[in-house]
Design a protein around this ligand. Sequence first.
Ligand SMILES: Cc1cc2nc3c(=O)[nH]c(=O)nc-3n(C[C@H](O)[C@H](O)[C@H](O)COP(=O)(O)OP(=O)(O)OC[C@H]3O[C@@H](n4cnc5c(N)ncnc54)[C@H](O)[C@@H]3O)c2cc1C
Length: 411
Amino acid sequence: MTIKIAIIGAGPSGCFVAQSLGKICPEAEITIVDRLPVPYGLVRYGVAPDHQGTKAVIRQFARLFERQGVTFTGNLCVGDDDLADLSFAELRGLFDAVVLATGLSEDRRLGLVGEEARGVYGSGAVTRFWNDHPSDQALAPEFGTRVVVVGNGNVALDVVRLLAKGTDDFNGSDFDPARVITSVTDIHIVGRSPAHMAKFDAVMVKELVKIDGLDVRLDGPLGQLQDDKRLLALQDTAAAASPDITQTVLTFHFGWAPEAFDIVDNCVRSITFRSQDGAMKTLPCDSVVTAIGFDDTRREFVGDGDGVIETGLYCAGWFKRGPRGTIPENRQDAQKVAQRIATDIAGIAVGNAKPGIAALQDRFGEQIVTYDDWLAIDSAEINAAAQGRCRGKLKSIDDMLKVVQKRRNAE
Ligand SMILES: Cc1cc2nc3c(=O)[nH]c(=O)nc-3n(C[C@H](O)[C@H](O)[C@H](O)COP(=O)(O)OP(=O)(O)OC[C@H]3O[C@@H](n4cnc5c(N)ncnc54)[C@H](O)[C@@H]3O)c2cc1C
């Protein structure tokens, strides 16, 4: 009897779980289901368009579908809301084990009055818009000239970098040339923690300070520098600024917590911060991007450290651990989950055969986007690349499905 395992979510965690399961249980039939017609989750829709090296992990995941017998089942939404094609309970009825690797998508909110106003955006939504995610194309953010970015993690630095780079800096990326932001001249990045506790990585600072025409400033002394490469780089760059070639000024503020928005006619006009000793600072702005992580309070299932929700139902990745960790960090976690699934399925009674992928194919037929369909979308996007770009992503599910249909008609 073949064991049937469904993984919901074709992001890095779902792919890493499939990779590990493939090694531990080579006999198992593994299906990865995604609500989008395209795989790879935030590698495609979160990782910045100018970080193609990071996106290259896709080549490793592609081997799952090309050589390791894992089936991609795209364009199928699993869940209990109105958008779902089938419920978790239905899916569980078809497979011996189900893994939830659906990530997290709601931006965490500051919880301040005015957060809904025009000009206030969550970084998750903005980065999905920049990465052409079909669900976020209505966002069309307007940044104006002065932007405040709230947060001190790598995503905040991604946002700053993409706002600060000039048109020529995106060669080789898949950033839609029409999306390059040329209006911004003044960026403030504000973190709640003192400088030495900021979460961004040294490599991100290194990349940022290399941008031509970017004048990096600090709103005050950085405090404990010691051998912190990130802060030393910021300090050196701020000291060496040459204002005559400046196109954009970027100011770092450490130790300021957001306190209130000033909203006029439903548009943000400024944001006020409070320091630990009660001092206040107001930054006038045309837009605010909050980069303080993703909301993980609304997960309907919670697993233990091994990702077990209950026997037969597991979770992995950001859905399991919350919005923390890089792509490689999901691998180790996925290995633990896969190991636990392998142990549990060893106890499944012989003869208790579940239908697996065949039942999904019977029920959803043409709706399912296969891996070969995805390859057709992939080629269409590569062929549609604008000059200086490596890809021109399709921005709507309809356009993706048209490519799929064309491929099927040609067969
Ligand atoms: C803006 C941003 C930039 C980042 N940059 C980097 C970086 O440069 N380097 C790095 O190492 N890490 C980076 N990360 C972190 C990295 O993206 C995450 O560690 C990783 O993507 C988490 O993987 P995941 O599989 O848990 O979730 P996701 O990548 O979010 O994948 C979840 C998948 O589940 C699918 N799905 C969701 N709901 C359903 C449903 N109901 N039915 C079916 N499918 C569903 C989604 O379509 C998606 O494909 C970044 C994160 C963000 C937000």
